[in-house]
Design a protein around this ligand. Sequence first.
Ligand SMILES: [Zn+2]
Length: 193
Amino acid sequence: MKEKKLDLEKIIWGVVMVSVIFLSFCQIFSWINEAKAAIQIKAVPEIQVLFSPHGGCTEVIVKTLDLAKQNVLIQAYSFTSAPIAKAVVDAHKRGVKVKVILDKSQRTEKYSSADFLLHAGINVSIDDKHRIAHNKIMIVDSNIVITGSFNFTKAAEESNAENLLIIRDADLSAKYIENWNKHAEHSEVYVEK
Ligand SMILES: [Zn+2]
């Protein structure tokens, strides 16, 4: 009888110990996940800023375009940057829906990427309804807005004083998309030089 009682005590203690160990593991696992999430948030800030010259603006635009999955809307005053144009075409080739509005100066700008984009099959139009269509904007996957003074040019990367913001915000993106659509409505299809 006494032996049986001892066995029962052992079983109860065993169950308690296993439960404690199991719950401890659950807690540790939960802490690890929380730490991981915090690190991820730090690694991908909501707003990022870069400054030219040589501040990595072109690189971060290219990287963001390389990660685009669904759509990219672009408004550019001057667009002559070969690496950015290539990243836009690469996105288009991956099946991302890309649309570009350029200022009227790009009809005659010798080094404009307009023809390169058009030849790749991208929808390119010209907004000539303003003195200058001065926006420099990309909206990626309806979630990321890239903007600032940074034109998509080599000079903006290498010679000028510029700033570039990368903002991850769906609500803000929606406002930019609405404005992009307004300009698209009165823009004309770009015809090759
Ligand atoms: Zn317009």
